[in-house]
Design a protein around this ligand. Structure first.
Ligand code: ZN
Length: 188
């Protein structure tokens, strides 16, 4: 299919809430293929449809590394149905070239979604693995939430954004995650 242009932070559509998919049509499977092609072209771990300018509830993830075979995972209309624990996660995003910062995430999650064939599945990701954190990161994109909204230290994050000439942090969009914070500082 096609490698698409990835929208960068500052693009208003990254802040929009994406629409549910009503039917896993050819248009959606083509979109899935574009997401995978684009993600692999950038060596990314995940990519959500809004990042290529399509505000629909679809994202892809591949957490395989090195010589492991590719393992593309497709999530359509995902819902995180369980979450527990907390971890500190150092994250980046293809919409924030080169910028990484520490964020708060749940440790364990359970997600329900449709795959590229329109079949429903449930997946559990535990222990703050890359998969668990990537699902939370990509799922957020569908609600216009970005990883910096979960940042642990807003001053550090602001410095990183400035360093890479990205727009400022929006203090109004920072998430109140007291419970996650408390648990992370307990374990630190
Ligand atoms: Zn992202």
């Amino acid at each position: 299919m096609a490698i698409r242009k990835i929208l960068h932070y500052g693009e208003p559509s990254l802040r929009e809430v994406s629409k549910e998919v009503h039917k896993v049509s050819r248009k959606i499977t083509d979109l899935v293929q574009d997401l995978l092609d684009t993600m692999y072209s950038q060596n990314g771990v995940g990519l959500a449809a809004p990042q290529i300018g399509e505000n629909v509830r679809v994202f892809v993830i591949d957490v395989s590394t090195g010589n492991e075979p590719l393992n593309p995972m497709v999530f359509i209309n995902p819902k995180i149905i369980k979450k527990s624990g907390a971890v500190k996660s150092n994250e980046g995003c293809l919409s924030f070239p080169e910028a990484y910062t520490d964020v708060k995430r749940y440790k364990n999650i359970m997600v329900k979604a449709l795959n590229e064939h329109g079949k429903s599945f449930i997946l559990e990701a535990k222990d703050g693995t890359l998969l668990s954190r990537a699902i939370q990161h990509e799922n957020d994109h569908l609600d216009g939430i970005l990883f910096i909204d979960h940042c642990i230290n807003r001053f550090e994050t602001e410095n990183v954004l400035q360093k890479y000439n990205l727009p400022h942090l929006d203090p109004d969009l920072l998430l109140d995650e007291k419970e996650l914070e408390d648990e992370i500082s307990k374990n630190d």
